[in-house]
Structure formats: C-alpha cells, structure tokens
Design a protein around this ligand. Structure first.
Ligand SMILES: *Cc1c(COP(=O)(O)O)cnc(C)c1O
Length: 360
C-alpha cells in the first residue's frame, strides 16, 4: 500500500536516548528542558527571534485569535483544512469566505476589499500547501482598514519569503507539527509573532494565565506540550534538511514525468523558497480527477482529494458560491509524497495516471 503520506520516524535509538533522560529527570511536562531546547533549536534553525511551542496547530489558531482579541467577522479562505474555519467559529466569530486565486490556490487579495464590513476585525489566510499568500497586498489592505492578520502556516515549516522565514509575517503566524506534516512532533504546533508583547500574552495564555506561583494574568487555557513530544521534534530536526531535499527531488521527478501531459501544478509565489510539503496536481475535469483517484485506489495507492469539499460546505457556516475555489477543489489531487517513498513507486503512480489520461 502507498499512502498519500507517511510520518517520518527517526532511528529509535536517537529518540530513546532523549526518553532515557526524561526518566532520569522525572520532568514530563510544564516547560521542561526538552521543550525549552526545542524552542531554541527551532528559532535557531529558522533564524527567528520568537516562537512558542504549543499542543497542536488548532489550539495555536485559537490562542492567536484570543490574543489579538478578534471579534465579529473574519475574512478567510474556503480552501484549507477544517481547523482554519472551525477555530473562527469556536472563538465565536463569523467566517466570511473570499474566493481563491486559480494559480496559487491562496485567498485572492483582489477580492478581500469587497468582503470588508464595519464588523470585520481580521484576515485569517492559509498559505496553501506551503505556498506563500500575496503577503504584501494583504498587508496593505489590513493597514488601510485597521485589520489584524493571522496566517495559518501549518504547511510551511522551512518555507522562506523574501529571504526570511514565512512565519514572521502577519500579526501572528501559526503552524502545526502534527504527524502528517513535513516536520512533526507527533502532535504539536507553534505560534509566531515579531511582537514581543503578543508573545508574552500567548505564553501566559498557553499555561492557564499562570504568572508565577500565585498570580493569574488573564484567562488562559492548557496549550502546553510535553517533553515526549519535544523529544520527537528535537530528533526530527536533525533530519529536516534531508527531508526537504528528498521531497524537492521527488517533486521535480513527478513534474518531469508529467511534462507534455494534461496536468497542471500550483504556481509557487515568486521570491519564495518552497518546502515541497505536498504534491498537488490539477486535472482538466472533476470526472478525470475522480477517475484517477479511483484507479490509484484499485491499485492500493491512496491519493487524497485535499481540500475537498470546500469549507463553505460545513453545516455550521453560511454557504455561498465561490466558483474558483469550487473548481480547483473539484479537480485537485494530492499525490503520495514522503521521505520513504521510492522512485519505482512514483514511476508506478505516474504510469497509472498517464494511462488514465490517455484512455479517458
Ligand atoms: C494540520 C492543519 C491544521 C491543524 O493542525 P493540528 O496540529 O492537526 O491541530 C490547521 N490548518 C491547516 C491548514 C492544517 O493543514
């Protein structure tokens, strides 16, 4: 069986060594030494000043919204994982969906202004598959209307924009270190901001508002993560360059194979360095996309219609037609891409797809 993704697991002995240390210390969670070390190592790796490790990417989004005091309407993308929208609703806000760009698959900045009302407080955009949004245009709009910007950068570990980490953009960027992501800590997430005051607030919020032993500053939640999760992150971080390089090679290998065939790809934002976190391909029709999906499945290859259906289809949001997002969502398929994937397996996948295209 070939799945769309397979979590990276480091050599057991390397993880085991850190676990032995946990036994020695008997310090399992609550800002332990491994959590501290992971935060420092990630800041060093990404060359950034501020980062807080939290329990998962969803709590990162929720804390981000709370910390920025987001209320009312939040402009967002219909083409993302469910957590992007559910976090907005969970925080008591209303998602206002704006259509996406047909080439980058990210929220279309040209359509944001029309969606702004007196109740709008925030733009929450996803860098889809790790492809940077139109950051400069979004920034300009946010300034003009005094809106906060949160980026769901869950797919973005290692992505750079204009020579720096993508996580440095927006009032807050969040990420996920879930097992299926490019860089993972089994479960986990991150909150990033350039503003030390925001970071201070988030640090309090992720730990019940604990401000020393006897004082609580503001309402908080449990968004901490454990020493066991941090250990996985620390070991995996040693392999991250290898992981990204391998995915880059596979991505190019797929692209070369598909040259001259009726398949298109996401346009990656200029001035950015991509991390190859997904292998999305776009077919000419939904029928063809579905057919390829089924034929791969018959051959024990599990691609993923990601993101399908659109978030406007959720039964707790108001739905309205967004033709470009619908069209892309109907025709896009994420193909297997992971560290252990073999060239022969890619060959098999590609041959099945090309045959399906020929005899459609
Ligand atoms: C994975 C993901 C999340 C949620 O992250 P978890 O760590 O699973 O909570 C949110 N948004 C996007 C775009 C994601 O891909």
């Amino acid at each position: 069986m070939i799945n769309v993704t397979k979590p990276f697991l480091p050599p057991k002995s390397e993880y085991g060594a850190l676990i032995n240390d946990i036994w020695e210390r008997n310090w399992l969670t609550n800002n332990g030494p491994l959590v501290n070390n992971l935060e420092l190592s990630i800041k060093e790796y990404l060359k950034i000043d501020h980062f807080l490790y939290v329990s998962n990417g969803t709590i990162a989004l929720q804390i981000a919204m709370k910390a920025l005091n987001i209320k009312g309407e939040v402009i967002t993308t219909p083409f993302s994982y469910v957590a992007t929208t559910s976090s907005i609703v969970w925080e008591g806000c209303t998602p206002i969906f704006v259509d996406i760009d047909p080439l980058t698959f990210n929220i279309d900045p040209g359509k944001i202004r029309n969606a702004i009302t007196k109740n709008t407080s925030c733009i929450l955009a996803t860098h889809v598959y790790g492809n940077p949004c139109a950051i400069d245009e979004i920034n300009e709009i946010a300034k003009e209307y005094d809106l906060k910007v949160i980026y769901d950068a869950s797919h973005c570990f290692g992505v750079q924009y204009k020579g720096g980490s993508i996580f440095e953009y927006g009032d807050i960027s969040t990420t996920s270190f879930h097992a299926t992501k490019l860089f993972h800590t089994v479960e986990g997430g991150g909150v990033f901001s350039k503003d030390p005051n925001i970071i201070k607030k988030v640090a309090l919020m992720r730990n019940f508002g604990h401000d020393g032993e006897f004082k609580f500053s503001g309402v908080g939640i449990n968004g901490k993560n454990s020493e066991f999760h941090a250990a996985m992150g620390l070991v995996n971080l040693n392999y991250i360059d290898q992981i990204i390089q391998k995915r880059n090679n596979d991505y190019q290998y797929y692209m070369n194979w598909f040259k001259g065939h009726d398949i298109t790809f996401q346009t990656i934002q200029a001035e950015s360095m991509y991390n190859f976190s997904y292998m999305p391909v776009l077919f000419n029709s939904e029928a063809l996309c579905e057919k390829v999906y089924l034929i791969l499945k018959e051959n024990n290859i599990y691609s993923r219609r990601y993101f399908y259906p659109l978030l406007t289809e959720l039964d707790y949001v108001e739905s309205y037609p967004l033709p470009i997002a619908k069209d892309i969502s109907n025709r896009v398929l994420c193909l297997p891409l992971y560290f252990q994937l073999k060239k022969e397996e890619i060959d098999l996948i590609v041959r099945l797809i090309i045959r399906t295209l020929k005899y459609k």
